[in-house]
Design a protein around this ligand. Structure first.
Ligand code: ZN
Length: 293
């Protein structure tokens, strides 16, 4: 598996904030024990950002003129957010070249709406990568986004709502932050699950979503990989085990390989949330389940 990672993503922190550099640092240490191809990302361009965000949002992230209690401004955060989005773009490019790829970066992205910074997210990394792939590759006509973070990917839904080229599927806890994703609408399929959902029920919803993705026949599968549905996550209330993330990786990989002799569906993943002490083990379980399908 190709992993996109730069230690520059560790260069910002707010004391006591759950979205800490330590999360990614620990996941990198865990994954470096296995064999992977590690590549440095390059930043995305303003043009990449403006395909999915407003110029007002871009300028607000540059200047710090946004207000979201969960999402502090840091000098230079735009450069780091552009590097994280650039890593997602590169992950998509590797996937399209036949190499499954995982962007192991921060800040995360799936709460960032077209015109709103929120929920630890400044730029919507996966949306930027998907829009870029649709723009730059003539044989990429349909892209499915599968989001298994414990929180609804409201930003991704906001950006792609009614875009027929994109199918957005999200499995998440409800009620929970940000309070959206309660119903399916058009190209946005939501699977809200109650607090304390057990692995079997979570995986059943996941299978429903993956079936809809298969029916959509995408040219590329983009995965928002969040690990906060884990039973010990401090900011959510779900009951997944570490091994559930291995199963999630396995089932996503199964969708990419529909028949033994058929070409694999290109697939890339982008890190979103996950805040427990076992975060690195959850990430490792997902990556190995995906890779060793
Ligand atoms: Zn989350």
């Amino acid at each position: 598996m190709v992993i996109l990672y730069s230690s520059r993503c560790l260069d910002y922190a707010a004391p006591g904030h759950p979205e800490s550099p330590e999360r990614v640092r620990s996941a990198v240490a865990q994954l470096q024990k296995d064999f992977h191809t590690w590549l440095l990302p390059t930043p995305c361009t303003d043009e990449d950002i403006l395909r999915v965000h407003t110029r007002e949002l871009l300028e607000a992230v540059r200047l710090g003129t946004f207000a979201d209690a969960d999402t502090p401004f840091f000098p230079g955060i735009l450069d780091l957010a552009k590097l994280s989005a650039g890593a997602a773009i590169l992950a998509a490019e590797h996937a399209l070249a036949g190499r499954p790829a995982f962007s192991l970066m921060r800040p995360p992205g799936h709460h960032a709406e077209r015109n709103r910074v929120m929920g630890f997210c400044y730029l919507n990394n996966i949306a930027i990568a998907v829009a870029r792939a649709l723009h730059s590759s003539s044989h990429v006509r349909r892209i499915a986004i599968f989001d298994f973070d414990c929180h609804h990917g409201n930003g991704t839904e906001d950006i792609f709502r009614d875009d027929k080229r994109v199918l957005f599927v999200s499995v998440h806890q409800s009620p929970c932050y940000p309070g959206t994703g309660l119903t399916a609408q058009g190209n946005c399929l939501n699977y809200p699950l109650p607090p304390n959902t057990r692995p079997a029920q979570f995986l059943a919803a996941l299978d429903e979503g993956l079936k809809r993705i298969r029916d959509f026949q995408p040219d590329l599968l983009a995965v928002s990989a969040g690990f906060d549905a884990y039973k010990s996550d401090p900011i959510t209330n779900m009951d997944l085990e570490i091994e559930t993330f291995r199963e999630i990786g396995h089932r996503i990989a199964a969708v990419t390989q529909s028949a033994p002799d058929a070409p694999a569906l290109p697939c890339f993943a982008v890190l979103e949330g996950g805040y427990s002490r076992d975060f690195a083990r959850c990430v490792e379980a997902f990556a190995s389940g995906w890779e060793r399908h």
